[in-house]
Design a protein around this ligand. Structure first.
Ligand SMILES: [Zn+2]
Length: 392
């Protein structure tokens, strides 16, 4: 199969020669094309989108609208609200999670990291549901699973053992949540998380909403433990609002600690919170990456899983305007996220899987700013979605 006249992200024009599900070669656009070639007519070809932070088990996508039930704006209020929604839920997480996977696939996401709730009420139930989803879509999307202690670890006795069991049953990473804000004990919380990571040889991804000096202390402790455990480049902190709530010199010092330890930072460009200074972090060598976070669930009524639109939202919240800034936002939802997820052989190059997304845009920057409809989503050389709709 030849995808002719593709404009690559660097602006160059090539024919993409696909054989056996891989890119065999990028041919000069002056070379002749046969009758069976698919002429892209200069459309922009992007690498597959990567969602570095999604919650497949929480979404209510496809169900009748559920009003948000939080009675306050603290993390603890939202955890309580989610428990109420869970109690009345009648449709399995595997079904709504599949609805979300189909939707993100149509928008060009071929890799994702999903956090999955684990606590002493749910046990491993949600994990089992999302393991089914992962199996079902195995040929189309790669799904990495984080065992996520949504109710805390210390305040939900038994959760530490469940997190450990989750890894044994197929979760890929161990998660954490506000060691001080939720569990009230930085060392005990991180000790459990890193203890499991070391024992099981897995990476870590911690939700950190804790702000100000509390959050900064947590980031420093995470960097220290990452180095001590030899987990460099296998640890991420999601949200890290603290970095956006302290003076620049404190953010810079913390950025250096994170860069040295290889701790990545995820932001989804949220409203109502101080987002981390993404450019500053990037300039200090910290890997910054993006994700959707909550989509139509008890936490947020918003979201659709479109990572190109997410790049726009991140750029908007970060007050990015120049093309090189929009390129950073794009990197966060593609190559940077792919590095954090440890994806081998990613990108549009000879030898890589023939996975790509075709859009109508004159440049990468325009693609971020306008997040156009995906003309084609190609997986292993096969068209899986056309004009934003999955091909049956
Ligand atoms: Zn999250």
């Amino acid at each position: 199969m030849l995808f002719a006249n593709a404009t690559l992200p660097d602006g160059s024009r090539h024919h993409i020669d696909v054989r056996g599900g891989r890119i065999a070669a990028l041919l000069p656009s002056a070379s002749a094309i046969g009758h069976d070639a698919l002429d892209l007519a200069g459309a922009l070809v992007l690498p597959p989108l990567v969602d570095g932070h999604i919650h497949l088990d929480k979404t209510l996508l496809g169900l009748p609208w559920v009003p948000n039930q939080a009675t306050g704006s603290r993390v603890a209020d939202r955890i309580e609200a989610e428990r109420k929604v869970r109690a009345t839920r009648t449709v399995a997480e595997a079904e709504t999670g599949a609805n979300l996977v189909r939707q993100v696939l149509a928008s060009g996401t071929l890799h994702m990291r999903s956090h999955v709730d684990i606590d002493n009420q749910l046990g491993l139930g949600n994990l089992h549901e999302i393991l089914q989803v992962r199996d079902r879509f195995r040929d189309l999307v790669s799904i990495q699973i984080v065992a996520f202690p949504q109710s805390g670890i210390l305040r939900s006795p038994g959760t530490a053992e469940l997190l450990d069991a989750a890894i044994a049953e197929g979760a890929d990473l161990v998660g954490g949540l506000d060691p001080v804000g939720i569990d009230g004990d930085l060392d005990a919380h991180l000790g459990t998380v890193f203890g499991i990571a070391e024992r099981r040889g897995v990476g870590v991804d911690i939700h950190l909403h804790d702000s100000g000096e509390t959050g900064i202390a947590a980031l420093a402790a995470i960097a220290r433990r990452t180095e001590a455990a030899g987990l460099n480049n296998r640890v991420a902190v999601s949200h890290a609002f603290a970095l956006g709530s302290v003076p620049t010199d404190v953010a810079e010092r913390t950025a250096d600690l994170l860069a040295e330890a290889g701790v990545a930072i995820m932001s989804h460009g949220p409203g109502g919170a101080t987002i981390p200074p993404l450019k500053l972090l990037h300039e200090h060598g910290v890997e910054v990456f993006g994700g959707s976070d909550n989509i139509r669930d008890a936490w947020s009524p918003f979201g659709n899983g479109d990572m190109l639109q997410r790049a726009m939202m991140i750029a908007y919240r970060a007050n990015f305007r120049h093309d090189e800034e929009l390129a950073l936002a794009f990197d966060m939802v593609t190559a940077a996220a792919a590095r954090v997820l440890g994806l081998a052989s990613y990108g549009i190059a000879a030898g890589a899987p023939a996975d790509f997304v075709v859009v109508e845009a004159g440049s990468l920057a325009e693609a971020v700013a306008s997040y156009p409809r995906r003309k084609l989503v190609i997986k292993a050389g096969r068209i899986v979605a056309r004009d934003g709709v999955l091909v049956p």
